[in-house]
Ligand binder design. Sequence first.
Ligand SMILES: CC(C)(COP(=O)(O)OP(=O)(O)OC[C@H]1O[C@@H](n2cnc3c(N)ncnc32)[C@H](O)[C@@H]1OP(=O)(O)O)[C@@H](O)C(=O)NCCC(=O)NCCS
Length: 173
Amino acid sequence: MMQTKRPQDSFVIMSELVLPNDTNTLGNLMGGKLMHWMDIAAAISSQKHCNCPVVTVSVDNVSFTQPVKLGNLLTIESKLTRSFNTSMEVYLRVWGEDLSAQYKYLSNEAYMTFVALDPNGRPRVVPELVPETDAEKKMHEGALRRRQLRLILGGKMKTEEAGELRALFFKED
Ligand SMILES: CC(C)(COP(=O)(O)OP(=O)(O)OC[C@H]1O[C@@H](n2cnc3c(N)ncnc32)[C@H](O)[C@@H]1OP(=O)(O)O)[C@@H](O)C(=O)NCCC(=O)NCCS
């Protein structure tokens, strides 16, 4: 029997200073650079959970709500919300911070999914994630619906197989 893990076991905080090479001509952090750092933070979270190599299998909609300015501090927090069979969903929150003005703002949020690999590069089973706090339990439950949605969008699941999603829209007999 595989050891279970807590969301806290996969918690990662990554900080980066936004430098000129990271920005566009308006002095804002480039979206692609941000996604690169988010990918790394989320990959570390999932590796802390499964203790083996992982690959990114999907990135949910990332909406850039607040630009992060040149010279500001960028902080990414990431942790697992749920593990499935061989895949893991990671939730990320990204903050910008003007250290001189002592002002911190939420820049964006995203979900990313990773697959654990065995030495032959094939998907391998990951430990179960057991949520502890109320917020973690809510995220854990919602992960079932988000997984179905992304598998439908990725062409890996038929809509009629998405039982959790159907329950949101249809009354079962
Ligand atoms: C990830 C990869 C190993 C999966 O291989 P596969 O043969 O498709 O394996 P499966 O269909 O069994 O899927 C494996 C897991 O990924 C999940 N998955 C597959 N496509 C998915 C998608 N679009 N969104 C979310 N999860 C997905 C499956 O649900 C399954 O998870 P589960 O076991 O927890 O149910 C393979 O697609 C791959 O190597 N992709 C490239 C990864 C990569 O290079 N990433 C870097 C970014 S370019």
